[in-house]
Each structure stands twice: as C-alpha cells, then as structure tokens.
Design a protein around this ligand. Structure first.
Ligand SMILES: [Zn+2]
Length: 191
C-alpha cells in the first residue's frame, strides 16, 4: 500500500516524539506506532478537507414546513486545540425552515465536519449555527453541545464527571418561548 508523503512526514515526527518521551522507538510494539498515529490524526482532522456549506447545499429541498426541525443526540468526537486531546459528547441542532429544508443526515454531517478539526467547543457551537444559518437561511437555528473533555479528566483538575454545555441561537430562537420549546424537546426522552 502506498503511503503519501504527508503521512510519512507525520510518522517521522511521531517517531521523534516517542524518543523524546523516553521510549525506545525501535522496539517491536512501537515500530508501526508512528504510522498508525499519523493515519489516525489525519482521519481525525479530515474535516479540513470538507466543505460543510456544500454538504448542506447538496440536499436542499423546497418545502413549506415552517415548524421546528430538531436533530438530537448527534454523537460528537472532536479534538481540543489546546491539548490535542479528545472531547466527546452530543450535539442537538434545530432550525425553523423558511422555504427550504435539508436532509437530516446532512445536519449530522455538518457537525462531524466541524468536529473533525482542532476545536474549542465554544467555537464549534457557533460555527455549526452560522453554517446552517448562512446556507439554509432559516427563520432561526439553535445548537446545544454537551461534551466531556479528556484534558480536564486526565490532567490538572481531574474532573471526571463534569460536562461542558455550550449553546448558540439565531433568529426566531431569540424568542424565549421558542427557545424553551427547543430545550424541552431535547430534554425529553420520547424516542
Ligand atoms: Zn484541552
């Protein structure tokens, strides 16, 4: 199998890192580790090569439905840009269509595209909101993300159970009743 030069360069750096960490990078268990890590990192950063607005535009449908559309419990696996450690949890996304709807799976794809980059949870939250707002031009967008950060769990404060919640809203969701309905619907266990 051919390995592209970017993967090879990454692997060379990881080999060096293993040595700097005090390991014997020639021992059997570690021989292929640099290459595996390089490939894993490239997979986890694949969002840089994807265009989330294009993903939404690829499935735009004219529709008169003007009630809230909610996609909840979207699994999120991302990487904290401060420590290069994962954070993971769930995203809940809603929008109120204004003439156009998009495929439901596309909403999850948008979340994944932003998650597969170096991130902070706060920025990812509004990037998802802005992307949907700027592409679908709906009456409003709501995004809530709940996540646990390995950088908090493994080191420093060692907060094993703390969950970070971020939210961002646009348009009709600045109305408190609309926002409350969204929060009630994502909190319910109806499914
Ligand atoms: Zn961190």
């Amino acid at each position: 199998m051919e390995i592209d030069s970017k993967t090879e360069q990454l692997a060379a750096h990881y080999k060096e890192i293993l040595k700097l960490l005090g390991e014997d990078n020639q021992r059997e268990g570690l021989l292929k580790t640099p290459l595996r890590v390089a490939k894993a990192m490239q997979y986890m950063m694949k969002g840089y090569d994807e265009n989330p607005e294009e993903i939404l535009r690829s499935a735009l449908f004219k529709e008169d439905y003007r009630q809230m559309v909610i996609v909840k419990d979207i699994e999120v696996y991302s990487m904290c840009e401060h420590h290069l450690l994962p954070f993971y949890g769930r995203a809940h996304v809603a929008y109120i269509p204004n003439g156009y709807i998009t495929g439901l799976s596309k909403i999850a794809r948008v979340v994944e595209t932003f998650a597969r980059r170096l991130q902070v949870q706060e920025r990812m939250t509004y990037e998802i909101k802005n992307c949907i707002q700027n592409t679908l031009h709906p009456l409003g967008v709501a995004v809530v993300i709940e996540a646990q950060h390995l950088c908090m769990m493994l080191r420093g404060v060692q907060q094993q159970n703390s969950v970070t919640t971020t939210s961002d809203f646009s348009g009709a969701f600045s109305n408190i009743a609309t926002r409350d309905e969204f929060i009630r619907l994502i909190s319910s266990k109806l499914h």
